[in-house]
Every structure is written in C-alpha cells, then in structure tokens.
Design a protein around this ligand. Structure first.
Ligand SMILES: NC(=O)c1ccc[n+]([C@@H]2O[C@H](COP(=O)([O-])OP(=O)(O)OC[C@H]3O[C@@H](n4cnc5c(N)ncnc54)[C@H](OP(=O)(O)O)[C@@H]3O)[C@@H](O)[C@H]2O)c1
Length: 279
C-alpha cells in the first residue's frame, strides 16, 4: 500500500508506478501545461493523458516546466498515454506512439495503453505495443476498459502480459470479478473516474464516514481505493483540490467502513460499457 504520492507499486515487468496520479481528461490543450505543472508542484508524479484528449502538447510543456521548477529528473515522473480506437492497425499504432512521444517531447513513455477494446480489433495494436516495448520506447504496456473476456482473448496471443487494465471504478462500480481475475494473472487495476466525475460526492454513506473522519468524501473514496490496492488516476484543475486529493495518507479506514463503502456498489457506470461502446 502506498504512503505518499511518490510511493510506487511494482508491476509485473519490474517497473514501478506511482499509486495515485493526475489525469488530464477534458482539459483543453492550452490549459493543460498549467494544470500539469501545478500537479507536479503539488507532488503528483504520474500524469495520465491520451491521444484522444488532444492535450499531449500541453501535457509535455507542463512536464518540462514541472521538471525544471521542481528540480526533478525525467525518471522521477511516470507518463501514460493511450492509443485511440480508430488507430488500432499495427502501423497506425506505431505511428501514433511516435506522434504522442513527439507531442509530449519525450524519448519514452512509461506506460502506453490500448484505450478501448472495440469489437476485438486490438490484436494488431497489441502486437505493435509489444514491438515498441521491445525497442524501449515504452517501458510498460497495458490496456484500458478490457473486460475479463477481452483479457482472456489477449492472453491467447500476447507474449508480454499487460501490466495493468485501466477501468472505470468507484464505489458504485467496484469491479469485484475483474479484480479477482487480474489478481490471479498478476495484472493491476487502475481506476479511472474514481470520484465518478464528481457525481458520487453527495452519497449519504460516504458523507457520514467523511464527517466522522474529519475528511472530505473525495478523500474517503481515494483512501478506500488505496487500501483495496487499486491504482488511481484522479483529475482536478484546482490547486486546492489537487492538494486535498493528495492528503489521504494520515488516516486509515477500518474494516467496517471499507465494507460500508463496498456495499454502495450498484454496478453503475458514468462512462460507456466496453461491450456496448459504439466506435
Ligand atoms: N481510460 C479511460 O477510458 C478513461 C476514461 C475517463 C477518465 N480516464 C482518466 O481518469 C482520470 C480521472 O477521471 P475523470 O477525470 O473522468 O473523473 P474523476 O477524477 O472521478 O473526477 C473529476 C471531476 O471531479 C472534480 N473533482 C476533483 N477533485 C474533487 C474534489 N476534491 N472535490 C470535488 N470535486 C472534485 C473535478 O473538477 P475540477 O477539475 O473542476 O476540480 C472533475 O469535474 C481522467 O482525467 C483520465 O486521465 C480514463
């Protein structure tokens, strides 16, 4: 379990990932540099972007500013990007990764993910990821929004096991079966929209626990994820929220509280169901 934003969890290929990172989904490119630089100043060491977010240039500028202003080295940061659904051929995956590297101004990505499985059209893309990994342009490869059946299909041809599956997860979608499956295969889960994009912050159970603990609902949720060994990417553009979302290492939820939060589950999504997403 992590004890700070700097703490890393070892992945199945020997690389290590910060347990709690900053996502930049839905931030316009021209605003992203400021957000990323602020995040790094607040101690975030993992930045999560994607080809489709169209803010890799701003992310790259923010990374350069963050490195200089905080006297950090490239290896102090962990940068993730993802390939979008309409680029899943082998050649387009290679050129997309190179394009992302160029926009970010980086020599390598720490993690590159297939953003969505689509209608099982990810095989060529995954083989390209393996090639990029072998060349050292990507330090770890993974997937996103893969259900168990996608992971089973992938296992039939993959020569490199994905290090993680980044999926929607929050108290209304606790992903029990998927978590059990990946645990058996040495793959981590990383939660996206851990705060359900803000839509779960008025939940009465969470509000009660937050009040008793003297913490915010967001802090309680992030702490619950940390204690259940789920990696996280959370997004905020506001310095105070970045700070408070990172202030989750000075308290511990007890088992009764963990159980109460687990019981909020309704298998409810804020984003698309990977099996129904229309590409
Ligand atoms: N792989 C995928 O398919 C996928 C899909 C979605 C997201 N993601 C990744 O996951 C990251 C996080 O997910 P997300 O951005 O969708 O949702 P999220 O992190 O659950 O929630 C972000 C929303 O909550 C607000 N917020 C953040 N901290 C708060 C706090 N302490 N109190 C009140 N409101 C707070 C933010 O507003 P402000 O910014 O105004 O503070 C924003 O509106 C993304 O940025 C992206 O990197 C991946």
């Amino acid at each position: 379990m992590i004890n700070s934003l700097n703490d890393r969890i070892e992945l199945n290929n020997g690389t290590a990932i910060p347990g709690l990172g900053l996502g930049v989904f839905q931030i316009p490119d021209e605003e992203t540099a400021d957000v990323v630089a602020k995040g790094i100043k607040q101690g975030y060491r993992l930045i999560d972007t994607a080809q489709v977010y169209d803010n890799e240039k701003g992310t790259g500028e923010g990374i350069r500013r963050g490195l200089t202003e905080n006297n950090l080295q490239r290896e102090d940061l962990f940068i993730t990007s993802k390939i979008w659904n309409d680029h899943l051929t082998y050649d387009e995956t290679i050129s997309s990764a190179n394009d992302s590297l160029q926009k970010l101004g980086l020599d390598y990505l720490d993690l590159y993910l297939i953003h969505w499985p689509g209608d099982n059209s990810y095989k060529d893309s995954y083989l390209a990821l393996e090639q990029l990994y072998k060349e050292g342009k990507i330090k770890a490869i993974g997937v996103s929004n893969f259900q168990i059946h996608h992971l089973e299909e992938l296992a039939k041809f993959a020569t490199v096991t994905p290090v993680l599956d980044q999926v929607e997860s929050h108290p209304k979608l606790i992903q029990t079966e998927l978590r059990d499956y990946v645990a058996k295969h040495d793959i981590k889960i990383q939660a996206w929209s851990p705060l359900m994009q803000g839509k779960i912050l008025k939940n009465a159970t969470l509000q009660n626990i937050a009040e008793e603990r003297g913490k915010s609902v967001a802090q309680v949720i992030l702490r619950w994820d940390i204690q259940r060994n789920v990696l996280l990417v959370v997004k905020s553009v506001h310095t105070e929220r970045m700070q408070s979302n990172a202030d989750v290492f000075d308290f511990k939820l007890d088992q009764a509280e963990m159980d109460q939060i687990n019981a909020i589950n309704e298998n409810l999504r804020v984003g698309p169901n990977p099996d129904e997403f229309d590409f």
